[in-house]
Ligand binder design. Structure first.
Ligand SMILES: [Ca+2]
Ligand SMILES: [Ca+2]
Length: 256
């Protein structure tokens, strides 16, 4: 007999089998437990795949991230281009092995524009993520980057970046790279790139553009990137040609 795996069909078939068993019509091939009044049910859902079964070493758990207050509420209204993502409020959490923390907090920041128009470089990693005036750094026009020296090599599990979240804007050509080379000449790995036309010259990116929000842009990693430096590029936004950072968090643990 073909068994439909749908729960409802399963239930009906189970009831039918029970009734048939009672009338002596069983075909004798039913496994133990069927045909004597029990109703076959689907096996319980399996827990998330343990990475240890996939060649990994440890189980993953939710990383606790503090999000700043929302300054503007709701879905950006002007979104004629549906390819621009709105960060969902019910976004699934970042997961990482136990002991993974924000290894960028308080670390040294450098930038292509080392004399910001507003604010100081240290604000990129000072832990203040609020969207209000005084909590963001403004860099000059056009393509610019900021770089964080994590101080040593870390196994990376995620990045959360807040450029500016007090207006509904989209930054252009968001590219994020990690490296063991402070000059980003060798050993460079790109972990996010939405520069679809390669105007920044870092390669064609296929990642989506997105509206800034207090939830920040979360880049999920799997621990395979080992790096000491992270560099984040932008090239202005839909609001103006300057570049902004409220905070960048890098979630990692000591490299093996
Ligand atoms: Ca900050
Ligand atoms: Ca571009």
């Amino acid at each position: 007999m073909m068994v439909n795996r749908g729960n409802q069909s399963q239930l009906i078939l189970g009831l039918l089998a029970t009734a048939l068993a009672g009338s002596g019509c069983g075909d004798g091939s039913s496994p133990p437990g069927q045909g004597n009044g029990s109703i076959a049910v689907d096996p319980p859902p399996q827990p998330a795949v343990d990475p240890s079964e996939m060649g990994g070493e440890v189980a993953l758990e939710e990383v606790q991230i503090e999000f700043p207050r929302a300054i503007f509420i709701g879905t950006p209204k002007n979104n004629p281009d549906l390819k621009v993502k709105v960060i969902p409020k019910n976004r699934s959490p970042l997961t990482a092995p136990a002991g993974t923390v924000n290894v960028a907090l308080g670390k040294a920041v450098t930038a292509s524009d080392d004399e910001p128009i507003i604010g100081d470089l240290e604000q990129v990693t000072d832990g203040d993520k609020e969207g209000t005036d005084g909590s963001f750094v403004e860099f000059g026009f056009g393509k610019q980057w900021v770089q964080i020296d994590l101080g040593e090599r870390f196994e990376l599990w995620g990045v959360v970046a807040w450029h500016y979240h007090s207006s509904e804007r989209v930054y252009h050509d968001v590219v994020v790279q990690v490296s063991s080379d402070a000059d980003f000449i060798s050993d460079v790995e790109t972990i996010y790139n939405n520069d679809a036309d390669n105007s920044s010259g870092l390669g064609i990116g296929e990642d989506p553009e997105y509206f800034e929000s207090n939830l920040g842009k979360m880049i999920r990693l799997d621990g395979s990137n080992i790096a000491q430096f992270i560099r984040l590029y932008t090239d202005g936004s839909t609001d103006d040609d300057q570049n902004h950072y409220v905070e960048v968090e890098v979630y990692g643990r000591k490299a093996p």
